[in-house]
Design a protein around this ligand. Structure first.
Ligand SMILES: Cc1cc2nc3c(=O)[nH]c(=O)nc-3n(C[C@H](O)[C@H](O)[C@H](O)COP(=O)(O)OP(=O)(O)OC[C@H]3O[C@@H](n4cnc5c(N)ncnc54)[C@H](O)[C@@H]3O)c2cc1C
Length: 499
């Protein structure tokens, strides 16, 4: 696309904010329309009683070295990162703690790993044992582990191959992670870790996730070794892109909902707002999601096979949250986030979601933003944001199920850290209705399109649509990666095509 085109971007999520900043910096005249009175979509934050709280629950798998950092540098943004090592504490069986380090081969991490495997297998559920016995078990397990290649090392080897061989990755996109994992090992501890990680990274059970996509994401984390959060909370990522956009002369209209994308003679002409204002454009980029974009542009303007294909696409599951402002630093686990890894058979870990049930031992994903960046909470206080997987579609039954899941998740949190209870200054829940209200969709899915077999890699929807001049950006089109990083990568990819 040669310079100085009139462009309208719909939506200020990571994808929309990113592409607006990139195109404006390359000399185009960009207007960004955002229906909400705030920017950032699912990656936004708000202030409550002096705490800066993420609307979702976020950690960023590649921090400054991933697409967020790349995009920020290209537009001259002011984004800063907080990266911590160890990056997380993984709790299994309620009492086995394992610190995860940025470098997978960090000797401290390997020792932690062995310790966790040993204690998890031998001690959980067998009652209290004395410290000497734990040490003997640990030594025995370490000796055994050293005698053979562990499944995790096998996986690492495969990932290394996959990182260099696109054809292999594409092949692995055709099978589920569950199928791939069962081919490699029958070790339940290892499979459990994989099932947990898959839900955290792709927000689909490993029986649905595309193996190639998961391995790409997993390998990228350890290749970049900079998992972290932006200084100042989630909103600073789109905030940095938008500040660069405005400095370069872009126009941002908050509270301006696109009601229709005008298409005439098979080409896009501009966007009409809900209030009846018309924004003419040669290029329209939509961050509203592929399904909503089709509605906005009118299904009749697309080939019927394309419309049917889009209707058949699936969304990810949701992460629903409980957030706590604590009057003192209650949780001290040696890392700025922790997970509760469920003690449930990996093949059945998330069946409760489709069955309308509640997990006995829920997966908890708990970043503590104030551990990374003390300025997001008042002095001496602690901010905890807990996420747990749930259904996506907003129906009365699912909303009620979300509340029950959160009841159990909050109970589990208190079992792990009883001192939380007496130190709560405030707490709140957000779930699928809140996420759906942010995006304007009928579902409150976490990611966007599910990264399942048939929807990733070569099979991922393209940013290009059959309508000339109409493009997609965000998690629904064009890129691989974890959540927000997929959206930023999509913006970088699209800017490459359009500039
Ligand atoms: C609870 C939760 C936890 C998460 N955890 C993580 C995590 O740890 N790490 C991670 O990387 N990702 C995480 N994600 C996922 C991540 O937040 C999303 O995948 C990503 O932010 C989506 O970005 P996007 O650009 O595709 O669009 P969205 O964020 O969906 O933004 C779309 C924007 O378009 C606007 N819009 C829609 N329709 C219109 C219209 N008609 N007119 C004008 N504007 C419109 C919306 O208001 C919105 O601002 C999480 C998400 C949730 C909900």
């Amino acid at each position: 696309m040669t310079g100085n085109k009139q462009v309208v971007v719909i939506g200020s999520g990571i994808g929309g904010a990113g592409i607006a900043a990139l195109l404006q910096s390359r000399g185009h005249q960009v207007t960004l329309l955002e229906k909400n009175p705030f920017y950032g979509g699912k990656c936004s934050s708000f202030v409550k009683d002096g705490y800066v709280v993420d609307s979702g629950v976020h950690m960023y798998s590649m921090g400054p070295r991933g697409p967020h950092g790349d995009l920020n540098r290209r537009v001259g943004g002011d984004l800063e990162w907080c990266v911590s090592n160890p990056m997380s504490d993984i709790i299994s069986s309620g009492r086995v703690h394992m610190l995860a380090y940025q470098n997978q081969f960090d000797p401290r991490g390997l020792v932690e790993n062995l310790k966790a495997v040993a204690l998890d297998r031998r001690i959980a559920g067998e009652g209290e044992r004395d410290a000497a016995k734990r040490m003997r078990l640990l030594e025995k397990e370490t000796y055994r582990a050293a005698k053979r290649m562990r499944p995790r090392e096998v996986l690492d080897a495969v990932v290394r191959i996959a990182r260099r061989d696109e054809a292999l990755l594409t092949e692995l996109d055709g099978i589920t992670l569950q199928e791939f994992a069962h081919r490699v090992t029958d070790d339940l501890g290892f499979l459990g870790t994989l099932a947990t990680l898959c839900m955290v990274l792709l927000v689909v059970p490993y029986s649905m996730a595309a193996a190639g996509e998961f391995l790409w994401c997993y390998a990228s984390i350890y290749r970049n070794r900079s998992l972290g959060v932006p200084r100042g909370s989630a909103r600073e990522i789109p905030g940095s892109f938008l500040r660069a956009f405005l400095r370069a002369g872009g126009r941002l209209r908050l509270g301006c909902e696109a009601a229709r994308i005008r298409v005439e003679g098979e080409r896009v002409r501009g966007v009409e707002s809900k209030e009846g204002e018309f924004f003419p454009a040669e290029v329209v980029v939509s961050n509203a999601g592929i399904k909503r974009t089709l509605e906005l542009a009118g299904e009749e303007n697309f080939p019927s096979e394309y419309a049917a294909y889009v209707r058949g696409l699936r969304y990810s599951y949701s992460f629903i949250t409980a957030k706590y402002g604590l009057s003192r630093r209650v949780v001290d686990v040696g890392a700025p986030s922790f997970f509760n890894k469920p003690h449930v058979h990996p093949d059945h870990m998330f069946e409760y979601i489709e069955q309308g049930g509640v997990p006995e031992d829920p997966l908890l994903f708990v970043p503590m933003p104030s551990e990374w960046d003390p300025y997001v909470a008042p002095l001496g206080r602690q901010l905890l944001i807990m996420g747990v997987p749930g259904p996506s579609e907003v129906t009365p039954q699912n909303v009620e199920q979300c509340e029950r899941i959160l009841d159990r998740a909050e109970e589990r949190l208190l079992e792990l850290f009883p001192a939380v209870k007496g130190n709560v200054e405030w707490s709140m829940r957000t779930h699928i209705s809140h996420t759906a209200a942010i995006t304007g969709k009928p579902s409150g899915e976490c990611i966007g399109l599910a990264q399942c077999v048939g929807q990733t890699g070569l099979a991922k929807p393209s940013c290009r649509t059959p309508v000339e001049g109409l493009w997609l950006v965000g998690t629904d089109a064009g890129a691989r990666g974890v959540g927000t990083e997929q959206a930023a990568a999509s913006a970088l990819y699209l800017a490459g095509i359009l500039s």
